[in-house]
Design a protein around this ligand. Sequence first.
Ligand code: NAI
Ligand SMILES: O=C(O)C1=N[C@H](C(=O)O)C[C@H](O)C1
Length: 265
Amino acid sequence: MKVIVIGPHGKMGRLITMAAASRNDMELVAGVAPKGRSYIGQDLGAVAMIGSELGVSVTDDLESVIELGDVIIDFSTKEMAMEVLELAIAHKKALVCGTTGFHPEEMQKFQNAAKEIPMLYAANTSKLVNIMNRLLELVTSTLKDEIDIEILEMHDQWKKDAPSGTSKEMGEIMAHALGKELDEIAVYGREGASPRKSGTIGYHSLRAGNIPSSHTVFFGGMGERLEITHHSYNWECFARGACDCAAFLANQGPGFYTIKDVLNL
Ligand SMILES: NC(=O)C1=CN([C@@H]2O[C@H](COP(=O)(O)OP(=O)(O)OC[C@H]3O[C@@H](n4cnc5c(N)ncnc54)[C@H](O)[C@@H]3O)[C@@H](O)[C@H]2O)C=CC1
Ligand SMILES: O=C(O)C1=N[C@H](C(=O)O)C[C@H](O)C1
């Protein structure tokens, strides 16, 4: 499978390049970075700092290399993600998008793309997080309004979006288990929203240092509470998962896929 990586000098782009380079079912054919970067034209392996050269260059023009690839892996910015999506549709290329921070109308564009291309969107490509999501569904659908639900997510100081894409997905899963839409019941921060209104899902975002990613869901009962937490120690689990998602698309026709399809969850 021939892979194009967007943002190979970024935190995720570097690790995705490294993960893809280590797989024998994948060949990296291009990296795409923003215009004006000093490393445009340099070897992808050098730009991603993987310790060896890959014999392909980093370009600032996706359209000029898109026909070389079977799949594009995009962990960049929401602006670039929309450009990548348009080009993937125009050139009928499979796309894995792990970028977060989209508005619902932008998310709808990914759904629409599924009519034309194999499209996989995953706000979190860690296997354990997606298994955690199943546990959240189980607890919520079992206890419903007997418990209060609060989500705390922690990330590094540079993260652009809050709340995290993962916590939004977690909230959606639990809202659906309660028979609601997340928009109806989400409360962002408790200031001004006390005492607690039952049936809501509370959101709390913390940004500090270089915390890779932590998500805890607190299920508050009477005289007891359950906390379900995922911590990542670095971003490698997400990079491996992104490559698994890309490999999954090798055998798929147009459609909207999620990591649940990849993991058979
Ligand atoms: N789905 C998942 O499991 C995960 C998702 N993410 C998401 O991935 C995204 C990226 O995160 P990081 O790697 O931490 O950010 P980062 O800021 O380190 O990297 C972003 C990359 O995008 C590139 N980029 C920006 N504009 C571009 C353009 N016009 N053309 C080409 N490249 C462009 C930048 O040059 C940079 O290399 C975020 O939305 C983050 O939330 C991060 C980790 C895991
Ligand atoms: O920016 C990150 O780092 C991460 N972003 C994703 C999110 O917004 O949920 C996934 C993971 O938490 C790491």
